[in-house]
Design a protein around this ligand. Structure first.
Ligand code: XMP
Ligand code: MG
Length: 184
C-alpha cells in the first residue's frame, strides 16, 4: 500500500538504495580527507537534517555537529534571492575545518552567502558537500566540493527536502504530481 504522501509523487529520481550506496561512498571520501582534523559538520536547516544524520554515521571521524537555519524560499519553489539567517551558529568556528552539509545546490544563493559568512567568522577551511546538485539553475559562481547526485531542473522532494514544509519524511528523492502545486 502506498502512503498518503507517496500518492502525490509522480516519479522517483533517486531510490533509497541509491542514496545509501552513494552516501557510504561520500562518507569514505570525507574520511580520507578529514581524519585527524576534527572537522565540524555544519548542516543547513531544515533540508539537510536527514542527509546529515546518514552522512555523519558514514564518516567515522572524530568531529562535531552544528546547524544553521536560513530561509530564502518563503514556500515558493523558486528562490527569492534573499538569504536570511533564522537560527545562527551556537559556537565559535574560528580555526575550524567546516564541512557544510546541504540538501541541494540550486541557484547557489544560499551557499554563496554562507561561504562568505563563515569566512568572516574565521573558518580555517570550507568544504561544500551537497546531496543534490542542480547545475542548470546556477546564477552564482559556486560549486560543490562533493555532490551526491546531479538532478535535472525539476522541483524535488523527500529525504529532507520539502514542498510547503511537507514530504521531508519521504525516504527517497522524487518529483510531485503537478496537481499538488495547483493553487500556488
Ligand atoms: P539555492 O537556490 O540558494 O537553493 O542554491 C538552496 C536551497 O533551496 C532549497 N531548494 C529546494 N528545496 N526542492 C526543495 O525541496 C528543490 O528542488 C529545491 N531547490 C532548492 C533547498 O532548501 C536548498 O537548501
Ligand atoms: Mg527547503
Amino acid at each position: 500500500m502506498k502512503s498518503e504522501m507517496e500518492r502525490d509523487i509522480l516519479k522517483v529520481l533517486v531510490t533509497e538504495e541509491e542514496l545509501k550506496a552513494r552516501i557510504t561512498e561520500m562518507g569514505a571520501e570525507l574520511y580520507e580527507q578529514f581524519h585527524g582534523k576534527n572537522p565540524l559538520f555544519l548542516g543547513v536547516l531544515k533540508g539537510s537534517f536527514v542527509f546529515m544524520a546518514d552522512l555523519v554515521r558514514a564518516c567515522q571521524v572524530k568531529s562535531d555537529v552544528e546547524f544553521i537555519a536560513v530561509s530564502s524560499y518563503q514556500n515558493a519553489t523558486v528562490s527569492s534571492g534573499r538569504v536570511q539567517i533564522t537560527h545562527d551558529l551556537q559556537q565559535d568556528i574560528t580555526g575550524r575545518h567546516l564541512i557544510i552539509v546541504e540538501d541541494i545546490l540550486d541557484s547557489g544563493n544560499t551557499l554563496a552567502f554562507l561561504k562568505d559568512y563563515f569566512m568572516t567568522k574565521g573558518a580555517a577551511s570550507i568544504t561544500i558537500v551537497t546531496l543534490l546538485d542542480k547545475p542548470s539553475r546556477r546564477t552564482k559562481a559556486i560549486t560543490a566540493d562533493l555532490a551526491g547526485f546531479v538532478v535535472p531542473d525539476e522541483f524535488v522532494v523527500g529525504y529532507g527536502l520539502d514542498y510547503c514544509q511537507q514530504y521531508r519524511n519521504v525516504p527517497y528523492i522524487g518529483v510531485l504530481k503537478p496537481e499538488v502545486y495547483s493553487g500556488e
